[in-house]
Write a protein that binds this ligand. Structure first.
Ligand SMILES: *Cc1c(COP(=O)(O)O)cnc(C)c1O
Length: 363
């Protein structure tokens, strides 16, 4: 058996070991069906059972109300950036965007061809190191779109944005979906690529309120209309069967870990350990403003690019992978998604302390 190392990757990311073992067992035969999970028809009984169980777990774990539909789509969260405005925006309407990082910027850029866009707030003035407190809304937005966790910049909305009650709120939750309790009913739609908190790459989860589905354009290609996937329970064409299966296993793991409240507590504790260290460190400094810090992606720097690089190579030589920060922030980023074990955070803390001790003199 190969030794597994601490994987701080920002996505695709670490998965629970028990999930990987279970999936491995079912590659040759799903249960005692004699056919592996990758080989079952999406229309067959065996896969349909997997599909319905995954959906039921999503609803249970996420507390998804009955007037919301759950879709398993492809094309990544990035395809939702255009599919949303294609369906709901129009030349005479405006959608409001809360710009808190590179992903929100991409989302608004993709919306622009389909109608009016308005920036309700932006933290671009300080390299997205904070979550804005105030928004200025357009007069009658068709929806408001925000990114709940900013994977690259290490910031996260601690609570919902202050959107007027009547405005449909749409959330890109790709990097913090089901990492803490979520009030689905305050959203018209939540979407996320699965590969950070929920499973492997290849499936995009969409949770959408029923009445919104019917507001969508009827002139788009069939595959781009949400109603197609609602009507056909994500089986208009072949869905990403293995990714749906694995998401089901991850949801079972979340449920057996105590659900979103317990997962949220653990995630808070994991991130807090790192921030507490960083706040008193003489060498390392967090890049995000204190009230805006992400519990999923902890970004930090030494302030010296060469020392950052030295740290990253020393860390990877010691079995800590994926700590190099995104080029737009520099420094380091520790991604601590649901499946990242607390023991890995403790190991990193010890490594940080040792590195600090050995390198503080030269500072
Ligand atoms: C990773 C990420 C995306 C992109 O997801 P894809 O599935 O690769 O398209 C979008 N938004 C956020 C917040 C992300 O973290």
């Amino acid at each position: 058996m190969v030794q597994r190392i601490w994987n701080f990757s920002s996505g695709p990311a670490v998965l629970p070991e028990s999930v990987l073992e279970e999936a491995g067992k079912n590659l040759l035969s799903l249960g005692n069906s004699g056919i592996g999970i990758l080989e079952h028809s999406h229309r067959g009984k065996a896969f349909l059972a997997v599909y319905h169980e995954t959906e039921a777990l999503l609803r249970e774990v996420g507390g998804i109300p009955s007037n919301y539909r759950v879709l398993f789509l492809q094309g990544g969260a990035s395809s939702q950036f255009f599919q949303i405005p294609m369906n709901f925006l129009g030349p005479n309407r405006t959608a409001d965007y809360l710009i808190t990082g590179a992903w929100s910027e991409k989302a608004i850029e993709e919306a622009a061809p389909f109608g009016g866009t308005h920036i309700a707030c932006s933290s671009g003035d300080r390299n997205f190191s904070y979550i804005p407190h105030e928004c200025v809304w357009s007069s009658n937005p068709i929806y408001a779109h925000y990114t709940s966790n900013n994977t690259i910049f290490g910031t996260q909305w601690a609570c919902l944005p202050p959107v007027p009650d009547a405005v449909d709120l749409i959330c890109d939750a790709s990097s913090d979906i089901f990492s803490r309790p979520v009030d689905v009913s305050r959203h018209a739609m939540i979407y996320a690529g699965a590969q950070k908190n929920l499973g492997p790459a290849g499936v995009t989860l969409v949770i959408i309120r029923e009445d919104l589905v019917e507001c969508g354009s009827t002139t788009l290609p069939t595959m781009l209309q949400y109603r197609t996937h609602v009507k056909n329970e994500s089986m208009y064409n072949t869905p990403p069967t293995f990714a749906i299966y694995l998401m089901g296993l991850v949801l079972k793991w979340i449920k057996s870990s105590g659900g979103l409240a317990a997962i949220g507590e653990t995630n808070r504790r994991k991130a807090q350990k790192l921030y507490t260290f960083l706040d008193q460190s003489l060498l390392f400094h967090p890049t995000a403003v204190a009230d805006s810090r992400s519990l999923m992606n902890v970004t930090f720097v030494t302030g010296d690019a060469e020392l950052d690089a030295k740290f990253c190579s020393a860390a990877s030589a010691s079995g800590f992978d994926g700590l190099k920060g995104h080029r737009s922030v520099g420094g380091m980023r520790a991604s601590l998604y649901n499946a990242f074990p607390e023991a890995g955070v403790d190991a990193l803390l010890e490594f940080l302390r040792n590195f600090e001790r050995e390198n503080a003199r030269s500072q």
